[in-house]
Write a protein that binds this ligand. Sequence first.
Ligand code: NDP
Ligand code: MG
Length: 403
Amino acid sequence: MSCKPRRLVILGATGSIGGSTLAVARLHPERYQIWALTARRQVEKLAALCREFRPCYAALADAEDAAELAAKLRASQIKTEVLYGADAFCQLAAASEADTVMAAIVGAAGLAPALAAARAGKRLLLANKEALVMAGGLFMRAVRDNKTTLLPIDSEHNAIFQSLPRDFAPLGDAKAWARSGVRQLWLTASGGPFLRFSARELENVTPEAAISHPNWSMGAKISVDSASLMNKGLEVIEAHWLFAAPPDCLRVAVHPQSIVHSLVEYQDGSFLAQLGAPDMRVPIAHALAYPERFSSGARTLDLFARTRLDFMPPDTERFPCLRLAYDALKTGGSAPATLNAANEIAVDAFLRRRLSFPGIAHLVEEVLAAMPAVSADTLESVEEADRAARETAHSLLSCSAVL
Ligand code: NDP
Ligand code: MG
């Protein structure tokens, strides 16, 4: 093991993945120094983290919150320098003093800083799946061109990464896929809290019910995505880019126990899988220690407590978001960025009780139908597709066409 601690930047430190990353880092102070922490606007929570970890830098989205954080830190005699704004997130992600970046901002806001880390050749732990959904081609090119070590944090992709041949490299390369002997990838899905709800019951579900996930504890947006199966759709697109898997080789199996985190099916009929308790500290510890292993702090899986592991096909009639994501992947160009942006607006409207749960899929479908896919191979064109999709989604919402 190397003696020099790695310097870690955590983008989205106040969130669910950020918290789990800090929980693992706390167990291994000799391996990781927390060099920078970022959040959007949770000043008090970020101040507490700065008091504990004493990072060199902390950043928030806007100037007012940053001034409040700086004042709190001064009062506690903490020397952390406070920055603000989207550019600051990118600067910290690419800073030469840091070597490892956890990209755990939620949503499209996470794309630019994650891409900055990829372009700077960092060891990049990627939780922000939206970056790959929006700009997968561009992102993976940056990873390859800069010899970035990309480690997937999403539990399914981390499980697949662990189950692929050790020499599967570089990530995102069609040649690596072709020589791997893999037939297809199976992404498992818990099915979320509404797995057994009828179409009629889905009409009346509340945000509170949607965010109380049966197996995983996560941020609000991904919890709603999980309930609608959009999360699995985004993950299909994410897997396509990470592993260069053709869309027809990406399969989804509903597995309500969330013990088998995903599987790789080989051409000889073997299935390799990664199993574990549903706890994000496991894939985070895997990526932090990679290629070594160290403890994650998660409880171990009690095999004798398991009575069964079930697998079933997803129902895209009741959960059409999964089908919409496959369609967007096959369409290509700006379609996945449009899907992602429309979904972010739809989830936000659902959480604010302005849209019903089935309305999420309706809104996404309407936005996709209104916006023919165009080429999106630069950050600017992806951001333009994202902006235009948000505008269309807002105007459809305001005329109540999709409620
Ligand atoms: P949370 O909502 O819990 O946390 C999001 C973090 O991002 C917070 O630190 C938040 O700051 C910050 N943030 C939000 N919006 C912005 C913005 N516009 N600019 C800068 N920072 C922002 O999300 P999760 O931790 O659940 O998810 C993070 C990412 O990881 C998502 O992409 C998700 O899909 C992915 N992921 C999460 C999993 C999980 O188990 N939670 C599992 C697999 C993937 P603040 O607190 O100040 O608002
Ligand atoms: Mg996942």
